[in-house]
Design a protein around this ligand. Structure first.
Ligand SMILES: [Fe+2]
Length: 202
């Protein structure tokens, strides 16, 4: 199956995004070079969608070239259902790079990230439920599910800062994903309770 890039926006909609099979030939593309190019891109592009448009092909190039990254994850914690390994996090530089693994039978909360983000699935299969805000006078944090996307290894989703999703592994294998976000502190990240229609920072 052909790989796919998707852009998920604040209103819960998604669309194909860029050329998912494009890989530039050339020399080995190392994590430090990716991070250096990222720094230049963030100096040049200032809105989420432009940043995602330029960075998404580089994430694909990195994962294809630096295959070792795909092994840099831990088995999910059976109690919580997930694990996270940080590949890069530097004081006062707003980038987080991590590998996340989820155990089948568990699922994430419904959340935004409060920053642009790129998630590349490298193992397993994952359902992404996509939500949008549907505020009511008494329920300002009410959400409505808009759609869902099934990701397979090699698929990448690019999310704007207020895009809202929830994820769960499908099948028997844990999912493994490469995750890149434009902050280190996640100070503007909310999780949403679809029963009480409330949101809180997490
Ligand atoms: Fe997420």
């Amino acid at each position: 199956m052909a790989h796919q890039n998707w852009l998920i926006t604040d209103d819960g909609s998604h669309r194909p995004f860029g050329d998912a099979d494009m890989v530039e030939p050339g020399r080995y593309y190392r994590l430090f070079r990716f991070l250096t190019e990222l720094e230049d891109i963030l100096d040049t592009f200032h809105d989420d969608t432009s940043r995602l448009e330029v960075i998404t092909p580089l994430v694909r190039k990195l994962l294809v070239s630096s295959y070792w990254l795909q092994m840099e994850y831990s088995a999910p914690n059976p109690a919580t259902g997930w694990s996270v390994n940080f590949l890069y996090r530097e004081h006062e530089y707003p980038i987080t790079v991590q590998m996340v693994s989820w155990l089948p039978g568990h699922h994430s909360t419904i959340h935004n990230h409060g920053t642009w983000g790129i998630v590349a699935l490298v193992g397993g299969q994952e359902r992404n439920r996509l939500w949008k805000r549907a505020p009511q006078p008494q329920q300002p944090d009410r959400l409505e599910q808009i759609d869902e996307l099934i990701l397979n290894p090699g698929d990448i989703v690019a999310l704007t800062a207020n895009a809202i999703h929830s994820v769960e592994p499908l099948g028997d294998e844990p999912t493994v994903s490469f995750n890149l976000y434009g902050v280190t502190d996640f100070s503007d990240r909310y999780e949403f309770d679809p029963k009480t229609h409330t949101a809180k920072l997490f």
